[in-house]
Design a protein around this ligand. Structure first.
Ligand SMILES: [Zn+2]
Ligand SMILES: [Zn+2]
Length: 191
């Protein structure tokens, strides 16, 4: 068991694992959106499903980063610890894990919600995850010139120094709502 786990963690830090994950999730997202669109009841409801999926993903991103990656759960925490030490590496989750989690959540939701709505929502959430992966990669590999983009990237760089704040990568929404947005401490006036 331990040998298996070690092998999976080693694989998860390779470049091939990283891009395989992106390809798998883009494929899964496209299939879910197509399946949802076929079963949907008009563009208005479809748009609402996509918006709900993206909103839900923003919380999933925050939830996993705060309560899964920054814990001792091996598959989640090991790669993330290494990413905190070596931000330019390819450490991420095993390529199949996010797709498996997203499919599992979809399977649960389709039991209680209409299939068209669920698939569109799950497809949007999957693309939210792809956007998170690409954003995180770009934040560490690109130096932005535009002030707005610099501020957006800076929030995540701050997380690397203060791992108990700024868990949102694509957006700061849940950090504001749940009080984990990093606030620079005012300098103490000289006595
Ligand atoms: Zn990072
Ligand atoms: Zn982190």
């Amino acid at each position: 068991m331990q040998a298996w786990l070690d092998a999976i963690v080693r694989m998860s830090s390779t470049r091939a694992n990283y891009w395989l994950e992106v390809a798998l999730d883009v494929g899964l997202g496209a299939i879910l959106l197509a399946a949802g669109w076929q079963r949907s009841n008009g563009p208005g409801i479809a748009l609402a499903a996509v918006a709900t999926g993206l909103f839900a993903f923003s919380f999933i991103e925050y939830f996993f980063h705060r309560w899964m990656f920054h814990t001792r759960i091996p598959l989640f925490a090991q790669g993330h610890d290494k990413h905190h030490r070596e931000p330019l590496g390819y450490d991420s989750l095993p390529f199949f894990l996010p797709a498996a989690i997203l499919l599992g959540l979809t399977g649960l939701l389709v039991l209680v919600l209409p299939a068209g709505f669920t698939f569109l929502m799950a497809g949007a959430a999957t693309f939210g995850y792809v956007a998170y992966g690409v954003s995180h990669f770009v934040i560490h590999h690109v130096r932005f010139k535009r002030p707005l983009l610099r501020r957006w990237a800076a929030a995540h760089h701050v997380h690397h120094y203060h791992p108990d704040s700024n868990f949102g990568v694509t957006s700061p929404l849940w950090d504001y709502l749940l009080g984990t947005r990093y606030v620079r401490q005012p300098r103490q006036p000289a006595a």
